[in-house]
Design a protein around this ligand. Structure first.
Ligand code: ATP
Ligand code: MG
Length: 419
């Protein structure tokens, strides 16, 4: 029989990969706390309506990437493809909207039915932040600064470029939309099927197309800058000024639109050249219309999400956990005592690997394989005298340790292995 395989686009995180993922999410969580962002965890699946309208029918996500199904009770549910809509849903369901500004951090799996490739999976993981209830450009600036600082803490900021654009307020967007409709209509016969669909409903989305033909046509399209009203221009210049004051470098990209429908004003991405086609490690922007669209009051918001898999590929190898101490019993009396010794050593703060079976040689081979720092050997004789033989694998030295030592003294005896 063939061994069972994971579903396409999913992957097992073996310990080395899991350590990298954890490094990314723990670093982000800690830096988030510096900025006052508290962790929130929303369900991995929601009613489909939570995502469908807010994300937008013309987006790739809703048009072809969602894992949507009827559950056994006939409810229409979807595995979350992103977490902003879920966080806003949670804010509304829990009546938190009264206590703005709200600052949330999250980390967890997302699901999109995509063509798997390097840096692109069907189950992937994101960290992200949402700042809800702040209309000022200070919000955009702080959220970007937080993203930048996380990338810095992970050692990858220098290898990314922050691309920045504005999508303006609804008035500017409507004016720009009209301009795009007339521009792209002239090329209707050359546009991809997807983009033709976007033409009526959301022509801005055409910039987001991965089709080469669409992208060629897009290069000559009118620029948003010419359609921004004064208020939108002013807002954008405040964001840029703030980033300048903080010394956060960026490059303006007038073609940057985000994949989701609900963005207004700032849109940004941190992009690296080191991951080939999947170079965007973090993306976000302002979503002033989202809360209201989801049934809440008019309420601004800004945030970003970053792909953990992509960041995990960029970071340096995280430190290994401390080398364990192998507790190696010999014979029945040794085994009985080993359980207790292992627990005492753990109480003294040591990582302990208890060897369960095999002759002495086999057990020592395992100690070697797990890169143990030392072995604690307990045979008949040791058990009878309530001592253990401590063998330092690095120096080869061997000594006897009484097992009635206090935890404090035991810790002192083993201190050398952990410095
Ligand atoms: P792309 O243009 O690469 O499809 P997107 O615009 O769909 O990206 P977002 O929805 O903005 O991506 O998600 C934010 C981040 O999450 C991305 O910048 C990326 O790092 C990560 N991400 C998105 N989709 C995937 C995926 N299928 N596999 C791995 N990481 C992903
Ligand atoms: Mg995508």
């Amino acid at each position: 029989m063939q061994p069972l395989q994971p579903a396409r686009g999913t992957q097992d995180l073996l310990p080395e990969a899991a350590r990298r993922h954890r490094m990314v999410s723990e670093t982000a969580r800690a830096v988030g706390e510096l900025y006052g962002f508290a962790e929130i965890a929303t369900p991995i699946f929601e009613f489909t309506e939570v995502f469908a309208r807010p994300i937008g029918e013309t987006t790739d996500i809703v048009a072809k990437e969602m894992y949507t199904f009827k559950d056994r009770g006939g409810e229409d549910v979807t595995l979350r493809p992103e977490n902003t809509a879920g966080v806003v849903r949670a804010v509304l369901s829990n009546g938190l909207i009264q206590s703005t500004p709200l600052k949330f951090f999250y980390s967890g799996p997302m699901f999109r039915y995509e063509r798997p490739q390097k840096g692109r999976f069907r189950q992937f993981h994101q960290i992200g932040v949402e700042l809800i209830g702040v209309a000022q450009a200070q919000g955009d600036i702080e959220v970007i600064a937080l993203g930048s600082r996380i990338l810095d803490a992970l050692g990858v900021r220098q290898r990314t470029v922050l691309e920045l654009n504005t999508l303006g307020d609804p008035e500017s967007r409507a004016a720009y939309r009209d301009a795009l409709v007339s521009y792209f209509s002239a090329y209707a016969s050359q546009l991809s099927e997807d983009s033709l669909r976007r033409l009526d409903r959301n022509p801005l989305r055409i910039f987001d197309s991965k089709d080469d033909g669409d992208q060629r046509i897009s290069t000559e399209a009118p620029a948003f800058a010419e359609y921004l009203n004064a208020a939108s221009r002013d807002f954008f210049s405040r964001v840029c000024d703030g980033l300048d004051r903080l010394g956060i470098g960026y490059s303006l990209n007038p073609r940057l639109v985000r994949g989701l429908d609900y963005y207004t004003h700032s849109a940004f991405e941190f992009v690296t050249a080191e991951l080939g086609a999947q170079g965007t490690v973090m993306g976000g922007g302002r979503y002033d219309g989202l809360v209201e669209m989801m049934g809440g009051p008019a309420m601004p918001g800004v945030g970003w999400a970053a792909g953990i898999e992509r960041l995990a590929m960029l970071i340096a190898e995280p430190p290994q956990p401390p080398r364990p101490i192998a507790v190696v019993p010999i014979g029945d009396a040794g085994e009985a005592m080993a359980l207790i010794v292992a627990e005492r050593l753990r109480s003294a703060g040591c990582n302990v690997d208890l060897s369960y079976s095999g002759n002495l040689q086999r057990r020592m081979r395992r100690a070697n394989r797990i890169n143990a720092r030392a072995a604690v050997l307990i045979g008949e004789d040791e058990a009878a005298r309530n001592v253990a033989t401590l063998r330092d694998f690095d120096s080869g030295e061997q000594s006897e340790v009484p097992m009635d030592l206090s935890l404090h003294d035991l810790r002192a005896r083993l201190q050398a292995f952990y410095s």
